[in-house]
Design a protein around this ligand. Structure first.
Ligand SMILES: Cc1cc2nc3c(=O)[nH]c(=O)nc-3n(C[C@H](O)[C@H](O)[C@H](O)COP(=O)(O)OP(=O)(O)OC[C@H]3O[C@@H](n4cnc5c(N)ncnc54)[C@H](O)[C@@H]3O)c2cc1C
Length: 431
């Protein structure tokens, strides 16, 4: 049985390892921190004992790879699924607008949902529908504009349409503003969301914490198949001879008994590993990252009806309703990172008072989580520098949300990259 070392226990590493084990490889997964999950994990809040995520993660019906992976590890039933697009938007007068499709007559039901979206005037809705029809026939690679804002402007989308619709989708999906992100990436995900079936445009939320969804089932799978996960051990150096990795040095030991090595670490983690091919170190220079600020707010005597809301023209982008607490998401939030937690809470509470009527006396406690390097920015430059899973070293592969998957930095990209790395090894091994 051939052996693969997988470095990094984030979602990409878990995906690569699971696919390899399913294909009869022996796997040793080495994770630098004491837990799995990487940038997607949960923990128990010390004060309330409630399980909280490091940030609310949204999956979508079009996350084919992730949903397949969750079925494979047995936690698909831990997802809350919907049958069709249904998102509620709230403005600062607390008026609610729904973007809601019917179950039937797809894809006309998507156009009809846009036509009924009353946050926009009739003229604006018609502009959106004409744009959506054009998008259906557009090849994203043919888009010439440098950023999403220019592309939307060229397609007659007004500032108001951008604010009430496209910005919320773009900032949520790409964690970056309209004037930084690539229109090619945005166009392909819009096509995937709106034009691959009713289920694709639905928001899928985990019923349990991220660790219970992704990590615990993978740990059980490793146990049952006699494969090994090692925690709190860091890969430091690789030794390459004749275009093959022959030895790795971790913070604890030297390892030579392996056939393949997958590095499932973020691009900024690659830079710290000694001995890699020179071209891999240059990737980090072409990618920059963007932050996400989250806040969990424990509440009393206050209930929201829906599971989640998008706020229009607000610093706060999304509010998720977990009954005992609300989870707030502020994407593209580099400008907030240096502020104190108290300052950030002030900004959030003011917005929630305005948009949802949440008063100070409804708040029991709250917790800010700042994720400085949450995702890379999917700008035009990123398209050119993202590497493929294969490297110039024959038994060394890469995985991670930053690999060339044509997707933004998401769980879906991480799972896909892991599957691609594993499949490359399986094919290579058969030849
Ligand atoms: C707050 C927040 C909200 C998000 N929201 C969403 C969302 O709504 N939807 C969505 O799809 N995505 C979302 N994302 C993005 C998503 O979490 C990431 O794209 C995904 O988790 C990346 O997984 P990964 O395995 O590629 O990398 P990582 O999660 O970074 O995993 C890499 C792992 O490698 C380990 N490692 C690094 N160096 C070494 C080394 N030398 N030796 C051993 N181990 C090492 C790290 O400790 C880490 O565990 C969000 C991210 C954040 C932070």
């Amino acid at each position: 049985m051939k052996k693969c070392l997988v470095i990094g226990g984030g979602i990409a590493g878990l995906s690569a390892a699971t696919y390899l084990i399913k294909n009869n490889f022996q796997v040793e997964l080495i994770e630098a921190s004491p837990k799995l999950g990487g940038r997607a994990y949960s923990f128990s809040d010390k004060v309330t004992n409630i399980t909280l995520d490091n940030g609310q993660h949204i999956l979508m019906g079009c996350y084919d790879e992730t949903l397949k992976f969750l079925k494979m590890i047995g936690s698909y039933n831990q997802l809350k699924l919907h049958k069709y697009l249904d998102v509620s938007f709230i403005d600062e007068q607390q008026a609610e607008y729904n973007l809601k499709a019917n179950l039937f007559f797809y894809p006309l039901n998507i156009l009809s949902a846009l036509l009924k979206y009353s946050a926009l005037s009739l003229d604006e809705r018609i502009r959106v529908i004409l744009f959506a029809i054009k998008l259906f026939f557009t090849n994203p690679d043919s888009i010439k504009e440098e950023n999403i804002k220019q592309w939307l402007f060229k397609n007659l989308q007004t500032e108001k349409i951008n604010k009430a619709l496209w910005e919320i989708i773009a900032v949520g999906a790409l964690n970056s503003s309209l004037d930084k992100s690539s229109p090619k990436i945005f166009a392909s995900i819009l096509k995937k969301i709106f034009f691959s079936g009713n289920f694709s445009s639905t928001i899928v939320l985990p019923k349990v914490g991220l660790s219970e969804l992704f990590c615990v089932p993978t740990e059980i799978f490793f146990d049952e198949t006699n494969n090994k996960i090692v925690y709190s051990e860091k890969l430091m150096e690789v030794s390459i001879e004749n275009e093959r990795v022959i030895k790795v040095q971790t913070s604890k030991r030297e390892i030579t008994d392996f056939d393949y090595l997958i590095l499932a670490v973020p691009f900024f983690g690659i830079e710290k590993i000694v001995g890699l091919p020179v071209d891999l170190y240059s990737v980090g220079k072409g990618l920059s990252y963007s932050s996400i600020v989250g806040c969990h707010i424990f509440i009393k005597d206050f209930q929201l009806e829906k599971d989640f809301y998008a706020l229009l023209n607000s610093t706060v982008h999304w509010v998720f309703n977990h009954k005992s607490h609300l989870t707030i998401v502020i994407s593209d939030s580099d400008y907030l990172i240096s502020k104190s937690n108290e300052e950030i809470k002030r900004i959030i509470f003011t917005e929630l008072q305005k948009y949802l009527g949440l008063e100070e006396l409804n708040i029991l406690s709250s917790k800010i989580i700042k994720e400085k390097r949450a995702t890379f920015i999917p700008d035009q430059k990123s398209i050119k520098v993202r590497p493929s899973v294969k490297t110039s070293v024959s038994n060394l592969l890469l995985a991670g949300d930053w690999i060339q998957t044509e997707l933004p930095a998401t769980i879906e990209s991480a799972v896909l990259s892991g599957r691609l790395a594993a499949e490359t090894i399986v094919i290579e091994d058969e030849n």
